[in-house]
Design a protein around this ligand. Structure first.
Ligand code: ASP
Length: 312
């Protein structure tokens, strides 16, 4: 039993570069983060579970078109939205994930359904969509997911030879990514992680990122911590980033911060994996590290911490 409870969130490492950020937009992003933190915090405050809190925060970010998940997801090369999400319970090691789903209002809710009401861990594409209908989840028309900003980014990426050759210049790379995630610790001492994304702008051929891959973009274990990642998914998959943080804690006895620092600032950097990771351990220690220019992020606990930030 722990007396501390906490919620930590991110809205992606693909932030708008500092020089392009306006006061108005910054305010809107910070408000979106605050709303998401409060959604998770209010679950915890009422004695709810870490898994429900992480899900509530992610759903709030999915419903906000500023972030690349749910409403406001990026466009694929075909000009559609294909979303990935995963959730994991550190108490039971139960996990659920969906990949390449379309028209699902809250992919994280579908991931939770997979965890709780199926015999599987990862469902993809049409099958996952069918399962959503069966579980009576909210389905939205394609227009619901549209955001002008994402559309313009897609057009730029689509027409850019840089992208086709996959030699991205800094500007377009920054804008092509984004994800949302939350990790929570409840008053019973259980941790949970949830991550949801539209993936990368202009992605092709059924590309899946790290988000739905348990151990890469999402992981939770009461023995170590709950982890949610954001960044260039291919490198996070190769680094098995979320599980590596957990392993460094479990097998080397490192603290959450020490373990995350090695993964974010050394291992991922060596792979040219730009991005960040958030985590919380069962004692209430929190870490939010990134090797990118910024990461939309925030944290709140019942010991007085309540903060949001974008850049270093
Ligand atoms: N990790 C996500 C992906 O590769 C993107 C991101 O976090 O920005 O799909």
């Amino acid at each position: 039993m722990s007396s501390t409870f906490a919620i930590v969130i991110h809205g992606g490492a693909g932030t708008i570069s500092k020089k392009e950020m306006t006061d108005e937009l910054e305010k809107a992003f910070l408000q979106g983060l605050t709303d998401a933190i409060n959604a998770g915090y209010s679950v915890l405050e009422k004695g709810g579970t870490a898994i429900r809190a992480a899900q509530a925060s992610v759903m709030s970010l999915e419903d906000n078109e500023l972030f690349n998940a749910g409403k406001g997801s990026v466009f694929t090369r075909k000009g559609i939205h294909e979303m990935d999400a995963a959730i994991m319970d550190g108490k039971t090691l139960g996990a659920g994930a969906v990949a390449g789903v379309r028209n699902i209002r809250n992919p994280i809710e579908l991931a939770a359904e997979v965890m709780l009401n199926s015999d599987h861990v990862l469902l993809s594409g049409e099958g996952a969509n069918e399962f959503a209908l069966y579980r009576k989840l909210k389905i939205e028309p394609t227009e619901y997911f549209f955001s002008k900003t994402r559309y313009d980014q897609w057009k730029e990426a689509r027409d850019s030879e840089d992208y086709v050759l996959d030699h991205n210049h800094e500007k377009s790379k920054e804008k092509r990514i984004g994800t949302v995630g939350a990790v929570a610790l409840d008053s019973e001492g259980n941790v949970a992680a949830a991550t949801s994304t539209g993936g990368m702008t202009n992605k092709n051929f059924g590309r899946l990122g790290d988000t739905p891959v348990i151990g890469s973009g999402t992981y939770a274990n009461n023995r170590t911590a709950a982890i949610s990642c954001t960044g260039h998914g291919e490198m996070f998959i190769r680094a098995v980033a979320a599980y590596d943080v957990s392993c460094l804690m479990e097998y080397k006895g490192l603290s959450l911060h020490e373990a995350m620092d090695i993964v974010v600032n050394d291992k991922l950097v060596k792979l040219k994996g730009e991005g960040g990771i958030i985590g919380v351990d069962p004692k209430g220690n929190i870490a939010m590290l990134f090797n990118s220019e910024g990461m939309y992020r925030g944290a709140r606990n019942n010991m007085g911490l309540n903060e949001t930030a974008i850049y270093k």
